[in-house]
Design a protein around this ligand. Structure first.
Ligand code: 5GP
Length: 223
């Protein structure tokens, strides 16, 4: 299906007029399972969700935009943010620090905006510990080991060792599938995207998130 032909994520309903709390949608998968494609589609087609922007101490790369790809900060600023408890989670990766700042996401949760996270199982665990009620965890699985290998083989230019290492990494990530609320098998990218939209739609309708219901129901039961 062409992207432009996709239906909007949510049918417009009465519930859309009521205020709701936002949510934090986590997508995890081994590389090669289609997570990046799904994330890009969601961000392009659903105006209620935006990507989390991490802070990092690593130097900006050509083509990257400060504030869009990352918030690029120096080490002293990063350390001060850690000290002030301004991150949901942070980690050092290849000598650089990366963290998920809380402030913007918290403001969005209050306003009813959703935030998308493309993170691994460790990051998922940390976010869940800090914000359990706001987090929705989705894991995307490849349809078969053969298909995973085919997707990780790339253009056929990588050595057998490189491919074996990618397969081992993917299988290690898959072993954490049971730490997620939803698991979607991606044997068809359009079907997988639709299922994730359905998960998002249902989670947005959860009573606890529909904070506007209190006043609405009070009005309905006034007499
Ligand atoms: P890169 O520098 O290539 O953009 O990212 C390097 C690594 O840092 C990737 O594995 C990426 O997943 C990880 N990373 C990016 N942002 C964050 C973050 O906010 N927290 C954690 N823990 N890791 C991150």
């Amino acid at each position: 299906m062409a992207d432009s032909a996709l239906p909007p994520t949510l049918p417009v309903s009465r519930a859309d007029a009521l205020h709701r709390r936002g949510l934090m949608l986590i997508l995890s998968s081994p590389s090669g399972a289609g997570k990046t494609t799904i994330a890009k589609r969601l961000l392009a087609h659903d105006s209620q969700i935006e990507a989390s922007v991490s802070a990092t101490t690593r130097p900006i790369r050509p083509g990257e935009v400060d504030g869009k790809d990352y918030h690029f900060v120096n080490r002293a600023t990063f350390d001060a943010m850690v000290e002030a408890n301004e991150f949901y989670e942070w980690a050092e990766v290849f000598g650089n620090c990366y963290g998920t700042p809380k402030a913007h996401i918290r403001a969005r949760l209050k306003e009813g905006g959703d935030t998308l996270f493309d993170i691994d199982w460790q990051g998922t665990q940390q976010l869940y510990q800090k914000a359990e009620a706001d987090v929705v965890r989705v894991f995307i699985l490849p349809p078969s080991i053969e298909e995973l290998r085919r997707r990780l083989t790339g253009r056929g230019t990588d050595s057998a060792e490189v491919i074996a290492a990618r397969m081992a990494r993917a299988q290690a990530e898959i072993s954490h599938w049971d730490g997620y609320d939803y698991v979607v098998v991606n044997d068809d990218i359009d079907a997988c995207y639709t299922q994730i939209c359905q998960i998002l739609a249902a989670e947005r309708l959860k009573r606890a998130r529909q904070t506007g219901l209190i006043g609405f129901v009070r009005e309905l039961t006034r007499h």
